[in-house]
Write a protein that binds this ligand. Sequence first.
Ligand code: ACO
Length: 371
Amino acid sequence: MTYAAITGWGSAMPQSVLSNEDLSTFLDTNDEWITTRTGMKERRISHVTATEMATLAARRALACAGLDPADVELIVYGSCSNDEIVPNSASGVQTSLGAKRAASMDINTACTSFLYSLSTATAMIRTGVVRNAVVIGVELISPYMDWSNRNVAVLFGDGCAAVVVQASNKQEGILGEQLGCLADVRHTLRVRGMGVAYANLGVTYGNTSWDFDGQEIFRHAVQGMTQASQAVMAKCGVTAADIDLVVPHQANLRIIEAVVTRAGLPMDKVMLTVQRYGNMSAATVPVALTEALEQGRVKPGALILMPAFGGGLTVCSHLVRWGERVEPLGRYDGDLPKPTRSALDMVNDMRARKAASSERSEPGLRDARLT
Ligand code: ACO
């Protein structure tokens, strides 16, 4: 039987930090509310495109795996904030890497996009379609954030990480996964203004308004991730005591605590980044996994549980067996260019652009025909 081992990992985090104090300079909010309700202290704002972040993360993951870009057979780009829709974003990473032999695809299941991408790549490796893949989780949320809405503006950040997956005859990589979608409550999270439904309605792209029912999402996220985690553990014949590390989606510290407790796991087995990066949607799990490896928290042969949820509302949980190697084979030393403006300055620019165009967009945002 062929398995799909994770053999490379790397992140690409934008350097500019937006603190809770920065947010309170233009929103009616404060550090105490954000910290106690979400666990978040700061998040990153990117000065480069999502494809640039993804290319750097992919280069780092390939160096870590010791795989030449020319030998890559598949690139899967998990995101809901693509720089462009046509051409797809994975092809942009492909050309920057010089991965001439690769097939390239984008997958959007919102915050679960990386994990659905990992499932897709794993299935294609197991069935012999390809022998290796670069799987990316990337998000550039700041340009389509509604910076006037404190319910959402404090929650999200930009970021990226990637892994390399390769065919193996050892039982490594995904052992099992549980995927689902609570489509009946898809209306609880909608970004009005993104997509072709708005194209002929005078809506300026990026001029968004978020439908967001935080408490409903919270409830379904806890229930969905707990059930998916219990289902995947039962499917694979393991119990909570067998899990060495939990690398969950990082939307809210309270959501993570609720899921982990219900699944019968202690919090000291959980890799947390939510305090420093907020919710980076598709990027949260691969960034947390990369940092867990860098901090020595992934031991050879470790059993890792990865529960996540996202707009849709998609839910999933993956059980991964790590291989023997927890150190990179090589390193790519390049970095993102240095930002020339602070995170707060970049956000204030976005707010000013939105203010200039919002009057024209307002009716279109409401009139789009949606399910
Ligand atoms: N600062 C200060 N006060 C605020 C803020 C803020 N940023 N946001 C909301 N409040 C106020 C509300 O207006 C409300 O005031 P009121 O009582 O006077 O009406 C009060 O705080 C309490 O609001 P609640 O909604 O009850 O707060 P709650 O404890 O539920 O926390 C939160 C809200 C953090 C949004 C939580 O519900 C949550 O995390 N939900 C999950 C959301 C999520 O993670 N979504 C990501 C989806 S993933 C994807 O695919 C993109």
